[in-house]
Design a binder for this molecule. Structure first.
Ligand code: PGD
Length: 756
């Protein structure tokens, strides 16, 4: 029995077969491995695996076209060749009849670790070489911040991922003011893989040195117990008001860094005027909005003005209506304190939200595929996909542009699960019904696969060879197959190669390379960079044999923000002014009332009312990555006795509704309903319920989710006209004990299948 090293987005691991069971153990170098590794063994054998190429009966028998039966139909298992022939013909029909932009390859999703078999990347290359496609821009994770930050702070990765390191927090920070917290369940995950989870250790070291942590969140577990944080259980969605009041209080006491604001920032006069104009944004004003009392706000303002203060803003805060504002206000608060660019101080968006933030870059590039140019220029902001399908030809605003939605007829999706990740899933179902053809490759029968016309079974990483790597993780992993492909599953690369061949673009897609030849080709770049810098540079066979390779790290020097602080003229930020834009004339010029020219408190449209008096926080799950391996042992084991997802409810709200711990409850609003099992706990603020994302949508005929997917309840609207990001984090709901016997959860069963 040999241990093989493998990688996942939630950790590098060692695996071996033991009497027919796949044993998965964390990599020995990982100081704080993720329990989510426990989901992995089920990936190979679970009945949710797609066993054979499958096609929706309605599409196969009646041909392509808009169809309300998507999501209700049964499937036929078809031979690979027959189905690929039909799919190639359909791609050709759509392109010839409606143009290349009628093919949507947004195909958003996390897919799996492994640089070569990255599902979206393979699809985008395939669609690019076969004519082009409408793409998507930005992510569901950070859509609002990704558009805002280049306007106000500069290059996104440089000022977020690589500016404030965990080591600098451990060594220098006196006060960590964490808006939305830094929950370890989030930083356990890093796109591309992570070999060492350092966050708990770094926060613990800071605490042991005497640092104080302040958690601003409606959920207490958003910082680990070890840091013994002061918990400010804020009303959801109101962090911007608290940040403005902190700025106001600091400035009113004369504690702001006037010199830094003058030499390193633009827009301060406008922002200062706003803080002091009626209604004055003082602590009393913010207390009425945030539910944090004014004395606490004033005390906090005094504390952050002394010593080294780090303001962090979690990704989740910007995943809601006006999500740009807490990011911008957090940066402005750090600028008012004059701390931007100091070691362990200033502002960091996303620190603790993902495992690849707060690390230093590797000193050498990792093996990656290069992008193939897309001949079609058309795009949409990623979270506007249902709007695009429902409203082709309609105008919308995005980042200062007046744009029009294209008319997409065929959507092709790999490595993502929009019927998990999108908002208002019943609306998404109506949108997907408009397509002529919906193609999905996935290893498993997700809700998305169950709405597709063509479902092609792809392998998981466990069944193929690849290289695991991330630009800020020092371990390069030779991911060796742990099993032959399940059923008729094939690698996405193999499927797309076969399709490209049918479309006459086989060589352009494959370059004549097998998978192994691609891996050897991709590895060369890293090997050469190692040799050029005088590091040991094993050849591919040596690397493959060894199973892993430690890469050198770059310097931990505070990156662009430290350089900018030291010399704002010589090292300007990549913003229009070269400075921190606490006010932006560019954004002001767009004229958006939902994103004005400086950070501002804007009342949300979605908020609790008499009919839906509770805030539902739909955040990232602790037991899986998004919806991946939801059927795995760790995820399934944490659900309720009936298999429903757990919803956390405050004792006061539970008592008011006669709900006891363990009851199955029904969450509902005008968009839909979901069943979940109640956990009554004071870890959530009163008036707030927390239902994580990722339980596969399991709809009753009326769309009610039997399983507890919160996205049946969330609002499908952009964060603002600036960035049009996903705003699924917060929704107003009501809660009741389930009025009937809870139906059996069937989310992980395949749909009705028959041979053709
Ligand atoms: P995953 O569950 O990771 O979710 O949404 P995303 O779509 O990324 O989906 C990945 C899919 O890829 C799975 O179905 C998996 O089986 C499949 N897959 C894995 N490997 C392969 C492969 O090699 N080939 C193929 N073909 N398929 C593969 C995540 C998205 O959800 C994100 S990033 C965020 S941050 C959002 N968060 C929220 C939120 O906070 N609140 C709400 N309400 N909604 C959200 N949605 C977003």
């Amino acid at each position: 029995m040999t241990d093989l090293t493998h990688s996942s987005h939630w950790g590098v691991f060692r695996a071996r077969w033991d009497d027919g069971d796949l044993q998965v153990r964390p990599h020995p170098g990982d100081p704080d491995p993720s329990p989510v590794l426990g989901n992995i063994p089920a990936a190979l054998t679970h009945p949710a695996r797609v066993a054979a190429p499958s096609v929706r009966r309605g599409w196969w028998e009646d041909g392509p076209g808009p169809d309300d039966r998507r999501g209700h139909d049964d499937y036929l298992e078809v031979g690979w060749d027959e189905l690929l022939d039909r799919l190639a013909a359909e791609l050709t029909r759509v392109r010839e009849t409606h143009g290349d932009a009628a093919v949507y390859g947004g195909s958003y999703g996390w897919a799996s670790a492994g640089r070569f078999h990255h599902a979206q990347g393979q699809l985008h290359r395939f669609l690019a070489v076969t004519g082009g496609y409408t793409r998507s821009v930005n992510t569901y994770s950070g859509g609002a911040a990704e558009v805002l930050i280049p306007h106000v702070l500069g290059g996104f990765d440089a000022v977020t991922r690589y500016a404030v390191s965990w080591d600098s927090v451990a060594a220098h920070t006196d006060t960590v003011l964490a808006f939305g917290g830094m929950a370890l369940k989030n930083s356990t995950v890093a796109a591309g893989g992570v070999s060492r989870h350092v966050e708990r250790g770094a926060m613990g070291a800071a605490k042991a040195r005497g640092a104080r942590f302040v958690l601003v969140s409606p959920l207490r577990p958003d910082l680990p117990d070890e840091v013994d944080a002061q918990w400010l259980p804020i009303e959801p969605g109101t962090d911007t008001a608290l940040m403005l009041a902190l700025m106001h209080t600091v400035v009113a006491a004369g504690g702001h860094d006037r010199e830094f604001l003058r030499t390193h920032c633009v827009g301060w006069p406008e922002l200062e005027r706003y803080l002091f104009a009626g209604p004055v944004k003082d602590a009393d004003w913010a207390a009425g909005i945030t539910g944090i009392d004014a004395a606490t706000i004033r005390e906090l303002a005094g504390r952050i003005g002394t010593g080294r203060t780090l303001v962090t803003v979690a990704q989740s805060l910007q995943r809601s209506e006006h999500g740009e504002q807490p990011v911008w206000a957090g940066a402005a608060l750090a600028a008012v304190l004059g701390q931007v660019g100091l070691p362990g101080g200033g502002f960091c968006y996303g620190l603790g939200s993902l495992g690849h933030y707060g690390r230093v870059r590797n000193a050498v590039p990792v093996p990656t595929m290069t992008r193939t140019p897309n001949p079609v220029g058309e795009f949409i902001p990623v979270a506007r996909v249902a709007d695009m399908l429902l409203h082709p030809g309609e105008a919308y605003e995005y980042n200062g542009e007046h744009r029009v939605y294209p008319h997409v007829r065929l959507a092709y999706w790999l490595g993502g699960n929009p019927f998990h990740h999108h908002q208002d899933l019943n609306r998404l179902r109506r949108a997907v019904a408009r397509l002529d053809t919906f193609v999905v490759h996935d290893p498993v029968w997700t809700a998305t696969a169950r709405h597709a016309d063509v479902v092609l079974p792809s392998t998981t990483t466990l069944e193929r060879e690849d290289i695991g790597a991330s630009g800020s993780d020092p371990l390069l992993v030779a991911m060796k197959p742990l099993s032959p492909p399940r059923g008729q599953a094939r690698d996405d690369y193999e499927i797309l190669s076969a399709l490209a061949g049918r479309l006459g673009h086989g060589d352009a897609f494959t370059h004549g390379r097998t998978t192994r030849e691609w891996l050897e080709h991709l590895y060369l770049r890293t090997q050469k960079a190692l040799a050029d810098r005088g590091h040991p540079a094993p050849d591919f066979d040596e690397f493959w044999e060894a199973g892993e390779l430690e890469l050198p790290s770059g310097p931990d020097d505070g990156g662009v923000l430290a350089k900018f602080r030291a010399d704002p003229v010589g090292h300007p930020l990549a913003t229009p002014s070269g400075k921190v834009e606490v006010g932006s004339s560019t954004i002001a010029g767009f004229g958006y009332d939902d994103c004005p020219g400086h950070p501002a408190w804007l009342e949300p449209i979605e908020r609790p009312d008499a009919r839906h008096p509770l805030w539902m926080v739909a955040n990232q799950p602790a037991t899986r990555l998004h919806s991946q391996l939801d059927f795995g042992a760790h995820s399934a084991g944490a659900k309720g006795a009936g298999g429903q997802e757990i919803v956390r409810v405050h004792p006061v709200d539970a008592a008011a509704r006669g709900i006891a711990d363990g009851d199955v409850v029904r969450l509902h609003n005008d968009r839909g309903a979901a069943l979940a099992q109640a956990r009554v706990t004071d870890e959530v603020r009163a008036g707030v319920v927390q239902l994580p994302t990722g339980a596969w949508w399991d709809p009753e005929p009326d769309g009610t989710c039997r399983h507890g997917n919160p996205n049946v309840l969330t609002r499908d609207a952009g964060t603002s006209r600036l960035s049009q990001g996903c705003s699924g984090q917060l929704s107003a709901v009501e809660l009741e004990r389930c009025p009937h016997t809870a139906p059996t959860v069937r989310a992980h069963e395949p749909p009705p299948l028959s041979p053709v």
